[in-house]
Each structure stands twice: as structure tokens, then as C-alpha cells.
Design a protein around this ligand. Structure first.
Ligand SMILES: NC(=O)c1ccc[n+]([C@@H]2O[C@H](COP(=O)([O-])OP(=O)(O)OC[C@H]3O[C@@H](n4cnc5c(N)ncnc54)[C@H](O)[C@@H]3O)[C@@H](O)[C@H]2O)c1
Length: 343
């Protein structure tokens, strides 16, 4: 298959592209390069398999850019709740309008499959019961509201010639050259390694399903390779039932893997999200899909990588590994304009 992945210079895309290439697919990328300054480590899998990448803003993509691809995997957005709240109007411009326009142009260009990286953030605040794809969503932020609107608008485009699939990923973790420390397991692991303190920002009670980025890549691969009858118009939560944790349980796993750290809770802040998610559908209905990673293995992977690269506090705090810091820096320094286009 010839596949265009948007967001190949991002956290997930940097690990997904080599995986799909190793599978024998022809992969090309598209990315505007907001986080280009950040590259945590190199290895032969990453360096040998960087896809040819079109450097372009999603909002400037044309139908002609999308001609010749069998599938588009769409990852490129302002990709988390705090970043989405920074300038909500731009979040709607990129994440909602940009994504719907991309799907419209992909369909016009004759692309046969569109796989969209949605998020379990759409569940927002739940009661603690397992939430599945058939239940009501309760998005709390601009980021999550955009995910819901893209699912609604793009699902209306599905037909026999244009298969659309929505993957509601749990919060990601795991090592990537395009590392992010603004997600719970990565952040707590980096804190443990660099400061010996595992400081939760909440009281630790919120439910947070988590999933390794390699398992997200596997879900994308399975969605691309499945018969369209199994995936067209479908939403799948991506993760596994056993990987629903309260934040304090994630912190305890990190404490076990990084011994000798002090564990502390915080007061909690604006982030009131708490959701516990059922992953029954993906494990029974998406052919070939199974999660391979657990939170503990993820923390161990990070520990080994930190040790290998002599990871330190300066690198942990580097702006390009934390999305909101990097976007604020690019704005402050005048490199991007008020609409987040490069000057
Ligand atoms: N990381 C998670 O925990 C998680 C969880 C659920 C869903 N997702 C979704 O998966 C996707 C990928 O996430 P990620 O963690 O790799 O994000 P990321 O922020 O690391 O990467 C996103 C990439 O998209 C690019 N991009 C952003 N706006 C763009 C634009 N207007 N034009 C072109 N490129 C643009 C950025 O430069 C970046 O390289 C996102 O849609 C995100 O919402 C992520």
C-alpha cells in the first residue's frame, strides 16, 4: 500500500512510519515541523527509515498533494488538551477544519482509506464505569471537542469507495526520538530519573487508560490491512482493559521501576478528566490486533533508554519535548504568526 502519514515528525508518527515501512508499505510523510528542534536518540530503525516528508501545513494541503496514495493516516494536529486550550480558535482551525478538509480532499483525490487518530479524551469525565464506543461522549476541552466533530463530519463521508476508521487512542507512552514529556507515564518516569521525585499533578485518583505508541501503530496497521467491511465507519478504542489505571497506580509502577524515589500527590488543577474505557471491541473486531505492552514494560523501556543516553534534567526540560512550551516559544520568538503559520 502507498500510505501518507500526516504528523510523521511527531511523537507517534516517528515510531509508526518505520513500523509500516518494515511491513513492506511505501510510506511518505507530511508535517509542518513544529517540534523539529527535539530529537532524543538515534538508532538504525529510526535513521534508516525516515520517510520522505512533505513539509507543509495541513491547512495548505491540496487535492493534488494527495493523489496516488491508497491510504491517509491522519495524526497531524495540535495534539493534547493543554495545548488545545492555549489558543482554542486555532485548535478548531487546525484540528477540526483542517482534518475535515484533509479527508474531503483525500476522497476527491481517490484515496481509498482514511484512518484518523482520535482520542479517549472524548470521554472527558466518566462515572468510573467502563465506557465503550456506543456510549455518549463528554468532551471537556477544545482538543476533545474537535475530535468528536471530526468523527461526526468524516464519518458522513464514508461510502463503498472511501473507508474511514476512527481510532480513539488511550493516553500514549513509550520511547520515541520525537519524545514528549507532557503525558503521564513519560513525565513521571522522567521526573523519577532526573529528580528522584515522582510528583503527580493530581490527587492521583483520576482514571487514565494508557497505551504504548507501538500498540497504536499496530492498531493503525491492522485498520489499514483489514477488509473494509470490518473497519469502514467504525470507531475503536485503542488500548486494553487491563491498562486502565488510576494515576496513582501509574505513579506506583514508575516508583517500582525507578527505586528510591519519593512519591507525592498534587492538588489537581484545571484537568478534571477521568475515564475508564472498555477495549473489548478492538480486541474482538479488529483483525490481528492485540496490545503487546504494559505500563511496567513501558517504564522499563524508558529507564533503559534514559540510562543509555545519559538523560538529564536539562534535556527533560527542553522546550521541544513539551508541546505547549515549544508552541509558546515559537510564537514568542516570532517564528510562527498568530495563526501558527511559519513566518
Ligand atoms: N500522544 C497521545 O497521548 C495521544 C493520545 C490520543 C490521541 N493522540 C493523537 O494522535 C495524533 C498524534 O499524536 P502525537 O502525540 O504524535 O502528537 P505530536 O504533537 O507529537 O505530533 C503531531 C505532529 O503534527 C504536526 N502538526 C501539528 N499541526 C500541524 C499542521 N497544522 N500542519 C502540519 N503538521 C502539523 C506537528 O509538527 C507534529 O510533528 C494526534 O492527532 C493526537 O491527537 C495522541
Amino acid at each position: 500500500m502507498k500510505i501518507l502519514i500526516t504528523g510523521t515528525e511527531g511523537y507517534i508518527g516517528a515510531r509508526m512510519a518505520p513500523l509500516l515501512m518494515a511491513r513492506g508499505h511505501t510510506v511518505e510523510g507530511l508535517d509542518t515541523g513544529f517540534y523539529r528542534d527535539g530529537w532524543l536518540y538515534s538508532d538504525i530503525h529510526q535513521l534508516g527509515m525516515v520517510p520522505r516528508t512533505i513539509i507543509k501545513d495541513l491547512r495548505h494541503v491540496t487535492t493534488a498533494d494527495l493523489e496516488g496514495y491508497d491510504a491517509v493516516v491522519h495524526l497531524a494536529e495540535l495534539s493534547n488538551d493543554p495545548l488545545g486550550e492555549n489558543r482554542p480558535e486555532i485548535t478548531f482551525q487546525i484540528n477540526h477544519r483542517g482534518s475535515v478538509d484533509l479527508a474531503t480532499k483525500a476522497k476527491a483525490a481517490g484515496v481509498k482509506r482514511f484512518v484518523y487518530a482520535s482520542s479517549c479524551s472524548v470521554y472527558g469525565v466518566g462515572s468510573g464505569d467502563f465506557l465503550d464506543e456506543t456510549g455518549a461522549v463528554n468532551p471537556q476541552t477544545a482538543y476533545a471537542k474537535c475530535k468528536v466533530m471530526v468523527e461526526r463530519d468524516v464519518s458522513a463521508m464514508a461510502d463503498a469507495g472511501f473507508s474511514v476508521t476512527f481510532l480513539r487512542n488511550a493516553t500514549a507512552y513509550g520511547a520515541s526520538p520525537r519524545m514528549r514529556f507532557d503525558i503521564v507515564l513519560n513525565d513521571l518516569s522522567a521526573l523519577a530519573w532526573t529528580t528522584k521525585r515522582i510528583a503527580m499533578t493530581s490527587d492521583g485518583s483520576p482514571w487514565r487508560p494508557i497505551v504504548h505508541i507501538e500498540d497504536i501503530a499496530t492498531a493503525v496497521r491492522c485498520a489499514l490491512e483489514a477488509p473494509t467491511s470490518a473497519v469502514n465507519g467504525e470507531i475503536f478504542n485503542v488500548g486494553s482493559n487491563s491498562e486502565n489505571y488510576r494515576v496513582r497506580e501509574i505513579a506506583q509502577i514508575v516508583a517500582d521501576v525507578f527505586p528510591g524515589c519519593e512519591l507525592s500527590t498534587g492538588k489537581g488543577g484545571a484537568d478534571n478528566r477521568s475515564y475508564r474505557v472498555s477495549f473489548d471491541k478492538i480486541s474482538s473486531k479488529l483483525p490481528g490486533f492485540k496490545c503487546s505492552w504494559t505500563a511496567r514494560q513501558g517504564a522499563e523501556e524508558l529507564r533503559a533508554r534514559f540510562e543509555q543516553i545519559e538523560f538529564d534534567k536539562t534535556t527533560y526540560e527542553f522546550r521541544a519535548f513539551t508541546r505547549l512550551k515549544q508552541i509558546r516559544y515559537l510564537s514568542r520568538s516570532g517564528q510562527i504568526d498568530q495563526d501558527f503559520f511559519w513566518r
